[in-house]
Design a protein around this ligand. Structure first.
Ligand SMILES: [Zn+2]
Ligand SMILES: [Zn+2]
Length: 138
């Protein structure tokens, strides 16, 4: 377990980017519809229980998380030019719980895999997800 803490998340050089977000209303990238705020069920896994998010009112698709988790100034900038959000994929994805970066506010389709020194996508072991989620690392 201790070895897992040696994962380096310094995957991208730190740059000074203002982190103030105009986190007003999210707009759906798929259909341009307005999104409203929801909260995930407490039965949600992947460390996302009771987490606020935006969902499109027109097409009902998930738009973006509505919290600060995974937002760090040193994350690679998305196509909007702002620091992206670090998160992990679901247990059913390949690889499961793989670290990746997306637009922090659902403003673009940015995606970047978080790779380790071996150039493979970093995976978070299932037991560490709740702790890393509560610390806002992911
Ligand atoms: Zn939509
Ligand atoms: Zn963006």
């Amino acid at each position: 377990m201790i070895m897992a803490y040696t994962i380096s998340f310094n995957l991208y050089p730190d740059t000074i980017i203002p982190t103030q977000d105009t986190d007003t209303e999210a707009i759906c990238l798929r259909c341009g519809g307005l999104c409203n705020r929801h909260t995930t069920r407490h039965s949600n896994r992947n460390g996302n229980a009771g987490r606020p998010y935006y969902r499109c009112m027109s097409c009902s698709k998930f738009a973006t998380w509505a919290d600060e988790r995974g937002k760090h100034p040193g994350n690679p900038p998305c196509h909007c030019g702002r620091p992206s959000r670090r998160q992990i994929s679901g247990n059913a994805k390949h690889p499961p719980r793989g670290v990746h970066y997306v637009c922090a506010n659902g403003g673009c389709w940015f995606y970047m895999a978080g790779k380790g020194s071996d150039h493979r996508q970093v995976q978070i072991s299932e037991g560490l997800v709740p702790m890393m989620a509560s610390l806002g690392i992911i």
